[in-house]
Design a protein around this ligand. Structure first.
Ligand code: XMP
Length: 326
């Protein structure tokens, strides 16, 4: 049984040298644990599952089968990045499932946040389990569990980790970063050669844009949200805020207001900017964004994104507002 307790003597991994030593040790341990068997991994493209994938590819190559389920609620370009990095650059055994229609059809007309989350979580497991059943000879399930998940096992991640697979699907777990803190996972990810943007990706909730396309999701509003969010990220990147702000995104509510575009009445949705700083996501403060940049972002979103006619800024710290709107 592998230990789930971080030894007091374990040094914090802060340098490439320490990361490489950790990688060498894990490669040995993984090979020992797995032998010549196959390992399955749900690869979301988030930091933890990506680093686990890269470690396993280094240790056992094609014995790892990665499944990336695109639930249609990813940020712009994120599924593409998973395919490029893992399918192409690292030549991994990657199964890509575009399940967009399944998720969006199930979510049609569902406005209640908890119900939306449950549908997304349950369908994710269903799609993943269906794929797993098609594969032969899988003995292990790899997971991107990190040390804070073990310490707060009732934490936010419980929603979306693959812990809820059907009972007849029993796999032994491979959790190579389970004793690491997030900052250490990132150092290890960089040492493994993953792109900086992937390793320093912001936290992204399991239900993805589903909890930011507020109320009942429609494809047109989801599209507008994804485009507006991409502009916000691009501008934060260009203006040095990406490394400074812990989490930033757009939410689009299910309401319209009146505007004018090209001298015509133009009813559209508002795009709400949320940019917060926090250390543990339990409380959060509001990041000050320079007004000139806010004007520029507003200008771009209202001109470039179909369906959006206003941009608003959420100034609410947590508490009382949670970070996500739903
Ligand atoms: P709230 O909205 O509760 O969010 O202030 C705190 C942090 O958790 C993220 N979040 C999730 N992360 N699965 C996740 O892995 C989820 O279902 C989920 N819901 C919220 C949120 O983005 C924020 O960073």
């Amino acid at each position: 049984m592998l230990s789930n307790k971080r030894p007091d003597s374990m040094q914090r991994i802060t340098t490439p040298e320490l990361a490489n030593a950790f990688i060498d040790e894990q490669v040995r341990e993984i090979r020992e644990q797995v032998g010549d068997k196959k390992v399955l991994l749900a690869l979301s493209g988030g930091v933890d599952s990506s680093v686990v994938a890269a470690l396993l590819i280094k240790a056992i190559g094609k014995q790892l089968v990665c499944v990336h389920v695109n639930h249609g609620l990813m940020r712009k370009g994120e599924s593409g990045q998973v395919i490029d990095v893992f399918g192409k650059s690292l030549d991994a055994n990657l199964i890509y499932i575009d399940a967009t229609d399944r998720f969006l059809d199930l979510l049609a007309g569902v406005a209640e946040p908890e119900k939306k989350r449950k549908i997304i979580g349950a369908e994710f497991i269903k799609v993943f389990a269906e794929e797993a059943r098609k594969l032969q000879g899988i003995a292990f399930l790899a997971q991107g569990t990190i040390y804070p998940d073990i310490l707060e096992s009732k934490g936010v991640k419980a929603h979306h980790n693959v812990g809820g697979l059907p009972e007849d699907m029993e796999f032994e777990l491979v959790e190579p970063v389970r004793l690491l803190y997030k900052d250490e996972v990132r150092v290890v990810g960089e040492a493994l050669g993953l792109p900086h943007g992937m390793v320093y990706r912001q936290p992204f909730p399991g239900p993805g844009l589903g909890v930011r396309c507020l109320g009942a999701i429609t494809r047109d509003r989801l599209h507008a949200l994804r485009e507006a969010d991409a502009i916000l990220r691009e501008e934060f990147d260009k203006n040095g805020l990406a490394g400074k702000v812990w989490q930033y995104f757009i939410a689009v509510p299910d309401m319209k207001s009146v505007g004018v575009k090209n001298d015509q009445r133009y009813e559209g949705w508002p795009a709400i900017i949320r940019a917060v700083n926090t250390t543990d996501a339990m409380t959060a403060t509001i990041e000050e964004i320079p007004y000139a940049l806010l004007h520029h972002i507003t200008d771009r979103i209202t001109h470039e994104v179909d369906g959006i006619n206003r941009v608003l800024l959420d100034l609410t710290p947590k508490p009382i507002g949670t970070i996500e709107w739903e």
